[in-house]
Write a protein that binds this ligand. Sequence first.
Ligand SMILES: Cc1cc2nc3c(=O)[nH]c(=O)nc-3n(C[C@H](O)[C@H](O)[C@H](O)COP(=O)(O)OP(=O)(O)OC[C@H]3O[C@@H](n4cnc5c(N)ncnc54)[C@H](O)[C@@H]3O)c2cc1C
Length: 419
Amino acid sequence: MNQPADNQSIDTDAQPTGTATISAAAFELGGEPVSGLDAMLDEQHPRKRAARDWAAEHLGAAPDSFDRVRWRRAAEAGFLSLTVPQHLGGLGRTLVDAMLSFEGLGAGTSDSGLVFALASHSFAFQQAFVSHGTCQQHDRWLSKLMAGSAIGAFAMSEPDAGSDIATITTTAEPGQDDPPTWHLTGTKSWVTLGPVADVAIVFASTDPSRGRWGITAFVVETDRAGVTIGPAVDRMGLSGAPFGTITFDQVMVTTDDLLGVVGAGGSIFATAVEAERALLYAPQLGATERLLDQAIERSCNHQSAGQPIGNFQAVSHRLADLKVELEASRLLAYKAAVLADLGQPVTLAAAIAKIKTSDMAINGALDAMRVFGAEGYTIGAGIEAELRHALAGLNFAGTSDVQRNVVASLLGVGRLRPT
Ligand SMILES: Cc1cc2nc3c(=O)[nH]c(=O)nc-3n(C[C@H](O)[C@H](O)[C@H](O)COP(=O)(O)OP(=O)(O)OC[C@H]3O[C@@H](n4cnc5c(N)ncnc54)[C@H](O)[C@@H]3O)c2cc1C
């Protein structure tokens, strides 16, 4: 049975009913298609500025928990339709184009949880669902997902299987029926939006002897008999993006619920996570840019020993170094998105972008805290919150340790370990 999370702010009027209503004027949907080069070279690209200004006006300060009203507001502005092809009712944007929007969202609001959740829904759940879903699955869910009246979750990790997906213990045992059925049993953990999700892509082993090649993906609505949604887990940041467990107890699934074919789950996961790895960090680029702007302003206006602290080389070089790191991260992230748009292998580029950007965001928040002195340590300044949000990047979309394994193995050194 589906048990609603008890500590979430959920608008009960907002159950799946609607169709997508996309406000084309909300953040400059028109204009020329965006080229990867333009996106890389123009740090204040109009698409990014438009999303930043929209977020600043419509999202503002972060609430303490997930809020469906804000979720729907973002959906109505089009942020959940960006990369869905036009023939399926979406905006048909490239990944690079969508990345500009998410970078802008990160720059425009301190509600990093909501922006992370929107990105996770768009780039993990929805990308895989669009690429591998059937017409029936699309007809049932896509318009609601884009409208914000249904929420999707991407459930792979388990309490004892995070970095190594080959060791998941959630199984889909075949039944005796024709056409085939399976019974899903197991627990998924740390599932972003799990506590509020209406539907999940669930990865389960249909052949445990084949490791990652025996994994199959299913699309399962969370009110199906045998599904239990756990409460949102308390954590240090990203409170607008609840995560938790989803448990399956002999949940019956059929061929209609398959995402892709039996045994394709490992590669569906790898493809989705590789693109996600670059795109999920776009909001951190925007958030760090926002912090850098604040730190520059502070260094010009705050005085020590009768002069602006920016006159001290220790401070000015700290800001210069942060700009270097931000620019390098940005170029790496956009490179990965360009490659994904071109249909080229993205494994190496996404791993490098993830390693660089996640560290940059943490160090950037620490640098801002240094520039702000004691005030940076106060809750009111908001910088400690940015640090708490940035720390999540150590883990989501695969840890940096594991990404280093990926890079090393592509250099011909060491063993390729999990995604
Ligand atoms: C904010 C957030 C959102 C998330 N959302 C989702 C989601 O929506 N869906 C989902 O399925 N999961 C989600 N996750 C889970 C995330 O994918 C896992 O946390 C991640 O894969 C790491 O797994 P783990 O936490 O079990 O750590 P472990 O795999 O137990 O790793 C623990 C430590 O050991 C290191 N380690 C493990 N294996 C290796 C190795 N082979 N080589 C080198 N070092 C290694 C790791 O780097 C880490 O330091 C989310 C996590 C966070 C923090």
